[in-house]
Design a protein around this ligand. Structure first.
Ligand code: NAD
Length: 364
């Protein structure tokens, strides 16, 4: 296969972890006979420094032409001034909007060797393997009208609008059911249908989609119950789908099941299909630019590498290749290799390059 991939290293440890992922991508290309054409562009703080804007036209044009985008991280203290006219995060938000990335995917799979890093007991974590779909471009974060005003009592008041159209729910529900069909065939939809009108539409629309997938089980949970069940019975979940606000909270809660942020990948998928007929997506680790360790060569590259594996699976349809990478990461962790962020006291910590080298050895 031939595919075009845009690399956006960004700031802080972004370039270090992207470098590691690119090496592994090249090895996978060689091993499986694919031609991955990569182009690297600026985004975030570095783009502000070089061009004055966080998302230069050139970067956006390259992402729009690409089959998929791999992003390191953006931001850092250098660009943190709250009064600054331009900020690194605007690059990321602008790109999500321009590519129409409406679905955020977060896998939650605590690694058996690293369960000690989670505040939850291991007996709860064994066998947990879920994928959370968060709607990313609608709901209360974008709903209009939104306003702060003085009410008739002379008091300040403010409101936001939680709004979903049927088509916004349909497209993410379909994606969730499609991917659940390739997994354990269960979808849990999370809403607040006992109180919110927008949630009642959400639930009704998800049920409509479910009717087209008779072999997939649908479970509806209210968000308050879902946040409890996520801790009390996490292994019962396969695919979870929810709206922007609830997804924001639930994905952060779920990261506590794994406890090791440096290891966690994520994806954002859009409606547009790429040259291989799959959704164009942007793939990035959940961690930020880690300015405290940037430039030291000690960043954990696993979250970035697993994001790249997600890219191979979801945007390029290369399941065997993605599994090869995931198995290589597993073997390296099983063999006890650790970067500083996941090493226990007394354990040897590998640098970024050494950790990726170990993963490459497993690929060959
Ligand atoms: P962070 O994720 O960058 O770092 C939190 C802590 O985790 C730090 O101690 C860091 O050293 C450590 N860490 C994170 N990733 C690691 C890795 N791969 N290997 C080893 N250790 C790792 O979060 P923060 O400190 O809150 O934010 C730093 C900057 O990153 C801010 O400017 C923030 O806005 C930005 N940020 C960007 C994104 C993104 O690009 N998507 C996401 C979150 C934060």
């Amino acid at each position: 296969m031939k595919a075009k991939i845009t690399l956006l290293p960004g700031d802080g440890i972004g370039p270090e972890v992207i470098g590691a992922a690119q090496e592994i991508l090249n090895k996978i290309g060689e091993k499986f006979g694919h031609e991955f054409e990569t182009e690297s562009h600026h985004i975030g703080g570095i783009a502000i420094d070089e061009t004055g804007v966080p998302l230069p036209d050139e970067t956006l044009a390259s992402c729009k032409k690409a089959d998929a985008v791999l992003l390191g991280a953006v931001g850092g203290p250098k660009w943190d001034d709250p009064d600054a006219a331009v900020r690194p995060e605007q690059g990321l938000l602008g790109l999500r909007k321009a590519l129409g990335l409406f679905a955020n995917l977060r896998p939650v799979q605590p690694h058996p060797e690293l369960m000690g890093a989670s505040p939850l007991k291991e007996s709860y974590l064994e066998g947990v393997d879920m994928l959370i779909f968060r709607e990313l471009t609608g709901g209360v974060y974008f709903g209009e009208p939104r306003e702060k005003r003085i009410n008739k009592n002379g008091e300040e008041e403010a409101f936001d609008t939680m709004i979903y159209s049927e088509s916004e729910v349909l497209r993410i529900a379909k994606l969730a059911f499609e991917i659940a069909g390739e997994r354990r065939k269960k979808v849990t939809s999370v809403d607040k249908a006992n109180v919110l009108e927008s949630s009642r539409l959400w639930r009704k629309t998800v049920a409509k989609v479910a009717a087209d997938y008779p072999d997939i089980e649908l479970e509806n949970l209210l968000v308050d119950a879902a946040t409890m069940h996520l801790l009390s019975r996490p292994r019962d979940f396969d695919v979870m789908v929810t709206m922007n606000l609830f997804g924001d909270i639930i994905t952060d809660e779920s990261s506590m099941l794994t406890g090791s942020m440096g290891n966690m990948p994520s994806a954002a998928l859009g409606e547009d299909l790429n040259s291989v007929g799959k959704p164009r997506g942007m793939y990035e680790p959940i961690h930020g630019s880690a300015p405290d360790i940037a430039g030291k060569g000690i960043a954990n590259p696993v979250g970035m590498i697993l994001s790249m594996a997600m890219m191979l699976r979801h945007s390029l349809g290369l399941n065997a290749e993605a599994e090869t990478i995931e198995k290589a990461v597993d073997s390296v962790l099983n063999a006890g290799h650790r970067t500083g962020d996941i090493a226990k006291e007394g354990e040897k910590a590998l640098g970024t390059a050494e950790m990726s080298e170990k993963i490459i050895e497993e690929l060959l």
